[in-house]
Structures are given as structure tokens and as C-alpha cells.
Design a binder for this molecule. Sequence first.
Ligand code: G3P
Ligand code: MG
Length: 372
Amino acid sequence: TSRSFKTQAAPPSVPEFAFAFDIDGVLVRSSDPLPRAHKALSYLQKNRIPFILLTNGGGKHEDERVADLSSKLDVPLSTTMFVQSHTPFADMHEYKDKTVMVVGGDGDKCRLVAEQYGFKTVVTPIDIIWAYPEVWPFSQQLLPYYQPFARPLPAPIDPASPSTSLKIDAVFVYNDPRDWGLDTQIIKDVLLSRQGILGTLSAKNGDASLPNKGYQQDAQPPLYFSNPDLLWAAKYHLPRLGQGGFREALEGVWAALTGGPSDGVQLQKIVMGKPHHPTYAFAEKRLIAHRKTLVRQPDGLAAPLRRVYMVGDNPESDILGGNSYESPHGTDWASVLVQTGVYVEGTEPAHRPRKTVGDVWDAVEWAVREER
Ligand code: G3P
Ligand code: MG
């Protein structure tokens, strides 16, 4: 007798569209979740529509930030669906065995993140002011706060013997600096030193007869910023200065010291994070890998990812980045601007989004309707 085989209907394959959500100003305002963020993310998870979180924020290890967001938003999240500003620093293996300076964040949290990424010798401005309080006269009142985060320097700052003095091979700004004065002073000391040897000044420095006020760059240690954000949406009702604000202040000091971009020495820097292409490429790779984990097809295959809705509050990072990213897979990145963060309703955004909506739930509703 022929047995009737009930063909097992293959589970619905994972949709051909997905979401990338910015965090600050879209899902949370500092530590407060936005009203419909939970509804938006749980709807997508219930309907197995893939999404990742793509933020210029940072300051904690991905594990910690994801656990924090998961409990705040009351939605299960994993690091496979998470990219923050300094996540790509973890792949910079060429510096893992060198001496790097990490700037920004609370206390020494960012140092601990760098060490979890595998950087073996990490120095912070707090280590330096703790060892040499005179390096920045105006933060003495903070020394008691800094004490628990300070570690002994791997080498002394001793200009009399440069060969054994502390040498910084690269500077990484992981997150928004808390003490702009101290961090500006220390970064300036590194960048105007001889080959990163703290306590020295570049060889041709100080000779007023030289062009650009005499600061002639030796091999300047590279300076990495994890994001360009001039403004971001925190708890306060108006946008706050972000890491880009610190960079602009540093650029002003640099121009004054070296003669500025006109006849001076350009501040050599690498600025990462949204809207820059490498960050979106990194995020797309992570989204495609995460989407694969949702596939239940027996052959594990899924139709190619056709569209990503990039939902953000900042035209300069989320919308510009979403609009200009050219996917090597031909995936269409559609930017969706929400009015719960930096962007002010009714104003003309600097970069035109595919769609402007009220909040993150409106963004999901509109996109799902688009896909029907
Ligand atoms: O430091 C956080 C700020 O730069 C913006 O973060 O999540 O809006 O990209 P986000
Ligand atoms: Mg934002």
C-alpha cells in the first residue's frame, strides 16, 4: 500500500529584506528606551524579519552593551546582530603587539575593551596624568577620581633618554572623551612628538624660520576616531556634542599650533563609523551572516538579501551613509529618517531620506507595507 507522505511544508524562508537600526535617537535616549522600540523589534523577531543594530555609540564591550540593550528593550539580542563604533578596531591586528593609546569613555572601560580585542599594551591619558600630574595642570581636582583607573606606564616619559622613553605607536579614540582638556593635551603631545616618543617635540619644531610655525611632522603616529558625530540625541531635548565635537576642538588647537590647514601641517586622522563606507560594508557582512542563522531551509540557503532599511535619526550619519553605501551584493539600502532624535521635524534634512516617519514603529510599518 502506498503510504501517503504528508509533504512537510518548508518553513517560510527568511524574507529578502531586513533592517539596520541606529540606536541613540531611534531605540533609546541615553538609558531610556523610546516608547515603541520594544514593539518594533519584537514584531520583527516574531515575523523572523532580520535586523541588526548599527550605532556610532560605544564605550563598553559588545557583550556588555548587547546585554544592557536587551534588558532595556526587553528583546533578545546577540552580538551577531550588533555593530558599534569601535567594533572594527578589533580587526586591526597590526597594532595588537604595539603600544597604543586609547582615549574616551568612562574610567578605563575602553582600555578593557581594547584588551578584550587583543591589544596587549594599552595606555590611557589617565595613566599619564597619574604618573606625571604636571602634564596637565587643570585636572588635579580629578586625580582622586582617576586613581582606580590608572595603571603604571610601560615605560617612563624621559626625554633625556628617548630610546627607553614611552613611545606611542597609534592613538584610538574609542568613545566620547570625558576630559576634553586632558585628552586634547595628551593627543597633542603624542602627535607633535618625535615618532610618538612622549616628552619630545618633533625634530624641526620651534625653529620659527621654518614654514608653518616650525612644526614639521616626523612620522606621526596614526590617529583613529571611531565616529564623526558632531551631535547626537541623548536624554536632553536638544542634541548634544559628540566625538566629532571633540575632534573639531582638537583640530582648532592643532591649527593654532601648526599654522592650520593653509600653511600648517594637516591633522592626519582616520575617521570611522557611520556614514563611512567601511562601517556599512562591515555592518552588511554581519547582517548577512546573522540572517543565515535565521534560515530554516533544509539546504540552509536563503534568497539573496534584496533590501536593507537603514532607520536612523541623524541625517549626517544614518541617512547620508544609507544613501551613499554601494553594496557589492547589489543590495538596496533604503534610508528611513525618524523624528525622535537629532533630526527636527519640519526642517529640511541635510541628506534626503527614502522616507521620513515619526518613530521606529512607523518605520517598520511603512517598510513592511512597502514589501507586501
Ligand atoms: O556616542 C553616541 C553617538 O555618537 C550616536 O550614536 O547610536 O545615534 O549612532 P548613534
Ligand atoms: Mg542616532
